[in-house]
Design a protein around this ligand. Structure first.
Ligand SMILES: Cc1ncc(COP(=O)(O)O)c(C=O)c1O
Length: 1005
């Protein structure tokens, strides 16, 4: 039976949750006991308050369920369907050697499975990895502030452009060099539609293959004050080096923002000039954007990517950063003055500013950033240079050799290139590629259609993944297909001032030392492997190891998203099957797998709404979006980002209209009806989370949807809480037009300390024709790709976070329809069981709704008397809930979600991953916390007590912002005072005693 287990790098029999059916830890008996405690007989009873007309009659099919052993064989077979050939494709995504440190770090569950570091005391591990990322990127680029990542290059660029429009008052236009990767430009145009932002492309000069300064100058001056920024690449989509100095100077002269696109790998010592020194005065670009996936991982069919973003933060410029989006990690101190790290500048973000936030981004690509930081350290100063020079040397050699064939010439003979160049061929590129394919070569990218000058243009890319054999293979292939011809033309030289003159200064460290450092960092976090991770709304459940193993199969990781379709059949099959799975799970007729996070799914949803209304001639008139007050901050931020700006003009309301909750904690239907009557055909749509963020199912969702459809509006469901309803509720019956599924919640892909997430969107028949990206279709046994007939465009430079699709696919394959239904059934059971046991001790929120039926999560609060005791104990009311959250850390747990959606709430979501014994212990812990806050409330003032750093002074960190250090060695290491795993097994009373002792010690110190 266990034969296939040997293929795995871990022993599943030694992992307590890995081989549990559907990864549910409680036994049927335990479930029976919990059901009994709730007065229910079967899981079905937990859904009896939901109207039958929105339910599936039985478990949807979803997919054929596979046992663990079969799943291993199945995933191997799927990965083997991709053809890995000698690949000279780079273009939109580069391809460097994956460093040993990366798979090592990817196996550190404390880092991969942890949540966004909102609790800095329990997240110093993640924060350190991000600090290393931003510091090393700062060293490479010369930029003082690098954020903790965006999704990938194109979305990072969109955010940079938005920042520019905020910095240049009265502006609304970006001039974007057409020499950027075309997939990036498509994303910019898609996102900009209906927002008032103009994206204008600047043509590439056909002779030089770079941007012509005079053309650009004219276009820029014609735009006048409308111009916010000019976007240009350092290495463009022909591999040519743009004149970054003259382009930066032009921006300085025009007083617009310069946004430079760069490749971090090429900024190594002896590589290209760093963007902080662009310009004749070395004034530097204003912002930088780059792709960093290849710093860390292989092509993975296009994702997860890593959108690098940087901005200046120095004595001359301390304010621009406040207009940016995304998370930054900053230097901090704890209450004892010990060095620490925390997230800073979050007052710009969606969870605080909602519709006024700088962006809707929430989950980013945190883990890819962490892995990139580790990989940069592992390469070190010398290794980075070697990697950059390897590609350069190969490119020079091959440019020299391949132009010795008749009719094969450099397409831009006088323009310098670095490690990629374009050949002009005497034959159609497609034909040559087809021949190359037979010789087991993926022959670069056909760029003939980019310049429209009638030439046959082939882009070839060289990296350190190549070796001499690969080059020989390429040379032989050309020798077989072209006649030799003497060519004594010189290759263009790179001007001195395009090259870096100062070393980066990275340390050269021993890889074993780095591994041991990251292992220790992982131990500073907590993981849902070990204990309940009660973050409400975040669905921190067990992430099966097998998912990561499958995603790491070479057949999946090494395949380039621009490889020929016949070579990527395995990847396309995964995407096709996952489309089918999510159609079945949601009941909706179509799916896009492109969105890479919940928030991006929301944006895709609203852009789809706009596409639909535009098609009906109503793009301008439908300008109202209804959103409940309890919505996650991403919902209003998304609406703004999509173009529904909230404002009142001449007494007329535009943008978001807030719907309040009724006295049962549900959508106030009377208000909704009134708003629908008032705004009628001006309603673009509604965005509703169901179950809502109070853990209540919106039982009148269908009536609401009917009402909205009645006036021609559309219905978005935020599907963050699908873990409560998947397999039970048919979203089609409920009237949903678009819904995102956070794969990093319900569908078990690891959170990665803040991302990458994933946000597959399913849509109704109304929106099928407008889907973005590609649709994978099955033609016999062949998987092909199509674009929807009225597609709204694209939201990712390639197909999205492909590796996460493999993870979710592997998970869902282990579940089938019955497993999906059990998964959410038991998740609801666990939450309701906890709620039932904690309800007598803690009041709940929303107020006066304690008897409303909860789904997968619930919100606790404390009584007026307890608040008073806590205040007397030295903690102001405004801080009490956050401080109680810190007490959870003292028991080896992560904190629940604090202060959202209720300011005084602790939102708890246990998921289906834990046994009854674990749930019972959790109840005892929460009871013990109740004891502590009532009897010894002063302990809150010094909580948490056993974490590597004490309470972090986040206010001070925001006042004294520091975003990087020059890393000369590994940062100082922290240690837990008591390990969370030890705390998880300690006697609870004993922990209470230790807390009081630790408090006393703190006070005395
Ligand atoms: C209800 C809800 N909606 C949307 C989001 C945003 O999802 P993401 O972080 O994947 O962008 C979250 C994330 O926590 C959420 O809880």
């Amino acid at each position: 039976m266990t034969t296939n287990f040997k293929k795995l790098p871990y022993d599943p029999t030694k992992l307590p949750r890995e081989l549990k059916k559907y990864y549910i830890s409680s036994s049927k008996e335990e479930q029976g006991e919990m059901l009994k405690a709730l007065g229910a007989k079967e899981l079905k009873d937990l859904f009896s308050h939901i109207p039958d007309n929105v339910k599936f009659d039985k478990a949807p099919f979803v997919t054929e369920e596979l046992g663990y052993n079969d799943l291993i064989a199945h995933m191997e077979a799927l990965a083997a369907k991709n053809n890995l050939k000698t690949c000279f494709i780079g273009d939109g995504l580069k391809n460097y050697k994956v460093q040993d440190i990366v798979p090592y770090v990817c196996d550190l569950r404390g880092l991969t499975t942890a949540y966004t570091p909102y609790q800095p005391e329990r997240s110093q591990g993640t924060l350190q990895t991000l600090w290393i990322y931003s510091s090393t990127l700062s060293m490479l680029t010369g930029f003082e502030a690098i954020n903790a990542s965006f999704y990938e290059r194109s979305t990072a660029l969109y955010e940079a452009i938005q920042t520019a429009t905020r910095l240049v008052k009265g502006s609304n236009t970006a001039l974007v060099c057409e020499s950027l990767y075309p997939g990036d430009i498509e994303v910019l145009k898609t996102q900009a539609k209906e927002t008032g932002l103009n994206i204008i492309t600047v043509p590439t000069d056909k002779d030089t293959g770079i941007t012509n300064r005079d053309t650009l100058h004219k276009m820029a001056t014609d735009l006048g004050e409308k111009l916010a920024c000019i976007v240009f690449p350092q290495v463009n989509n022909y591999g040519n080096l743009e004149d970054v100095h003259s382009l930066t100077d032009l921006c300085s002269e025009l007083q617009v923002q310069s946004i430079a696109i760069f490749d971090p790998m090429l900024l190594a010592t002896e590589g290209l000039i760093q963007p902080s020194e662009f310009g004749s005065q070395k004034q530097g670009a204003n912002m930088i954007v780059g792709e960093g996936q290849h710093l860390a991982i292989g092509p993975n069919f296009g994702g997860p990517g890593l959108g690098i973003f940087g901005i200046r933060y120095n004595d001359k410029n301390k304010n621009d950063i406040r207009q940016t989006a995304g998370r930054f990690v900053g230097r901090a101190r704890d209450i004892n003055g010990k060095d620490a790290l925390c997230m800073v500048l979050s007052t710009r973000e969606q969870h605080i500013r909602r519709e006024k936030a700088t962006s809707n981004i929430c989950s980013n690509q945190s883990f890819v950033a962490s892995a990139a930081g580790a990989a940069i350290l592992a390469r070190g100063e010398d290794g980075m240079t070697e990697a950059a020079l390897a590609g350069r040397d190969y490119a020079l050699q091959m440019a020299q050799i391949l132009t010795q064939y008749k009719g094969v010439n450099l397409a831009f003979p006088s323009t310098p290139f670095y490690n990629e160049f374009v050949l002009e061929l005497p034959v159609k590129v497609k034909d040559l590629q087809a021949k190359a394919s037979k010789a087991n070569i993926q022959l670069g990218v056909d760029v003939s259609n980019r310049l429209h000058d009638g030439r046959n243009l082939l882009l070839l890319s060289f990296f350190d993944v190549h070796n001499d054999e690969d080059l020989e293979k390429l040379e032989n292939f050309f020798a077989e297909n072209f006649e030799a011809e003497e060519n004594d033309e010189f290759l263009p030289e790179i001007p001195e001032d395009f090259l870096r003159t100062t070393p980066v200064g990275l340390p050269n460290l021993d890889v074993e030392e780095i591994k041991s450092f990251y292992k220790k960092l992982a131990d500073l976090n907590v993981s849902p492997d070990d204990n309940i991770y009660p973050l409400g709304s975040c669905t921190m459940k067990y992430n099966p190891y097998i998912n990561d193993w499958a995603a790491g199969l070479k057949g999946f990781t090494d395949v380039h998203p621009q490889a020929p379709i016949e070579d990527v059949q395995g990847s396309l099959e995964v995407l096709y099957e996952i489309q089918e799975m999510f159609k079945s799970i949601t009941g909706l007729p179509a799916v896009t797998t492109q969105p890479v996070a919940g928030a991006q799914g929301e944006l895709v949803g609203l852009k789809l709404f706009q596409g639909y209304h535009r098609n009906n001639g109503e793009a301008d008139t439908r300008n109202i979006v209804l959103i409940p007050r309890s919505a996650h901050g991403t919902n209003p931020a998304t609406a703004t980002m999509a173009g529904f700006e909230t404002k009142t003009v001449d007494g007329v309301q535009y943008g978001i209209v807030i719907i309040e909750a009724d006295n049962r904690g549900h959508i106030n239907f009377d208000q909704l009806k009134a708003e629908v009557a008032k705004y009628n055909t001006r309603i673009a749509g509604v965005m509703v989370t169901n179950p809502n963020t109070s853990g209540l199912f919106e039982t009148s969702f269908k009536e609401m949807a009917d009402l909205i459809h009645g006036v021609g509006g559309l219905v978005y469901m935020d599907g963050a809480n699908m873990n409560a309803i998947a397999g039970w509720i048919d979203l089609n019956k409920m009237g949903v037009d678009a819904v995102h599924n956070n794969l990093h919640k319900t569908w078990t892909i690891p959170h990665g300390g803040g991302g990458p997430g994933d946000g597959i969107v399913a849509v109704s028949h109304r929106l099928v024709d407008y889907l973005p990206g590609i649709q994978v279709v099955k033609k016999g046994n062949f998987f092909d790709v199509e674009k929807a007939p009225k597609s709204i465009g694209s939201f990712h430079r390639h197909v999205g976070n492909f590796a996460h699709k493999v993870r979710a696919y592997t998970y869902i394959k282990a579940l089938g329809g019955n497993g999906v239904r059990d998964m959410s059934g038991v998740a609801v059971l666990a939450a309701r069981y906890l709620y039932e046991r904690l309800k007598p001790i803690y009041p709940s929120l929303p107020e006066n709704c304690e008897n409303e039926t909860r789904m997968h999560e619930f919100i606790l609060t404390i009584s007026k008397e307890t608040f008073e005791r806590i205040e007397k104990g030295g903690t102001p009311k405004a801080q009490a809930i956050a401080k109680i959250g810190k007490l959870f850390l003292d028991f080896g747990l992560h904190a629940p979600t604090v202060a959202f959606p209720e300011v005084y709430g602790l939102m708890i979501e246990p998921t289906e991953s834990y046994s009854k014994a674990e749930l019972d212990r959790f109840v005892e812990v929460v009871k013990a916390i109740n004891g502590l806050i009532n009897e010894t409330p002063h302990v809150l003032t010094t909580a948490p007590h056993f974490t590597p750093v004490k309470k972090v002074d986040e206010v001070d960190a925001n006042k004294n912002l520091t975003f990087m250090e020059d890393l000369k060695h590994l940062p100082h290491l922290y240690h837990n005072i008591i390990e969370p795993t030890v705390l998880s097994n300690m006697n609870i009373k004993e922990i209470c005693v230790e807390i009081q002792k630790a408090h006393q010690k703190c006070v005395e110190a």
